[in-house]
Design a protein around this ligand. Structure first.
Ligand SMILES: [Zn+2]
Ligand SMILES: [Zn+2]
Length: 288
């Protein structure tokens, strides 16, 4: 049996189902070893290392590229390196031996797998990674000749357009790539919402959110409750109303200190929206 599951006051802490370590190309300050030690300290029952598998090259203005990404950047294009699955799994096994009371779940965060179905399928079939998240991080560039990070689209698109285009892309992902378990950060563009714009309000996009949530529920998938920029509680209510049954908690930590950040508040929000922990702390939370 895996122990833990309760914090020092005896309250349940849900597993963190979306964490990055040094095996993700953009988490160079990450550490699987220190994240596991932190998980034990926090009393988490489980942690899933869902490292990035990014396939789309990004056309980026050089000023958007931090020094630590220079190794992957040339001629205005950032090409994310492939995930070193063998090194990652070896590290994960070592951590599991060191922390037998913590369930360490292997996983991957697939970016735009519907654009690269052969690559994504090959990765899943050759590795058997457990927790499979699907994400959209990219958008076509303004000239339609390449791809870029979603936040870059605020340069030439109205904020509302960026969100609508993002949700439409999520819809295409759900339609075209069924081999995933959890949809990550449905509100990702909100993380880079422009200062000075009319404040983000999910109600401005209620129809679009509901449409995607209905598709996701129909496909039998799970919605992630991200705490990086906390998911608006209303979206959980819509998820339930549109037939969604399960949720996971996700810090999307790229550093050990961010593990399970905001989970206590997120658990309160999820409970208020009608979701409950299962008897087994490793289970996804479900509608009561
Ligand atoms: Zn992501
Ligand atoms: Zn992530």
């Amino acid at each position: 049996m895996y122990g833990g599951g309760a914090d020092d006051r005896g309250r349940m802490v849900p597993p963190d189902n979306h964490v990055h370590s040094q095996w993700s190309w953009d988490a160079l300050a990450g550490s699987m070893e220190r994240t596991c030690a932190r998980a034990v300290e926090l009393g988490l029952p489980a942690v899933a290392f869902t490292e990035h598998a990014d396939f789309a090259p990004w056309t980026l203005p050089p000023q958007f590229v931090p020094p630590e990404w220079q190794g992957f950047f040339s001629d205005g294009v950032l090409t994310p390196p492939p995930l070193d699955v063998a090194g990652y799994l070896e590290c994960l096994e070592r951590c599991q031996v060191r922390h037998p009371g913590l369930r360490i779940i292997s996983g991957v965060e697939l970016s735009e797998p519907h654009w690269y179905p052969a690559e994504a399928t090959r990765l899943l079939e050759s590795t058997g990674l457990e927790r499979v998240l699907a994400s959209v991080h990219s958008a076509p560039t303004a000239d339609g000749r390449g791809f870029t990070e979603v936040s870059d689209r605020y340069e030439d698109q109205a904020p509302g357009e960026v969100v609508r285009a993002y949700l439409a892309e999520i819809g295409r992902l759900i339609e075209r790539f069924p081999r995933f378990e959890i949809l990550a950060h449905i509100d990702y563009p909100v993380r880079s919402w422009p200062a000075g714009a009319k404040p983000y309000d999910p109600h401005d996009f209620e129809d679009e959110y509901r449409h995607v949530l209905r598709m996701l529920a129909g496909a039998g998938k799970t919605l992630e409750l991200s705490t990086k920029v906390p998911l608006h509680p209303e979206i959980l209510t819509w998820w339930r109303q549109e037939g969604g049954r399960t949720i996971t908690f996700a810090s999307d930590a790229h550093h050990p200190d961010a593990l399970a950040h905001g989970f206590r508040e997120a658990a309160r929000v999820a409970s208020a929206a009608g979701f409950r922990a299962g008897r087994d702390p490793l289970e996804f939370w479900r509608c009561a």
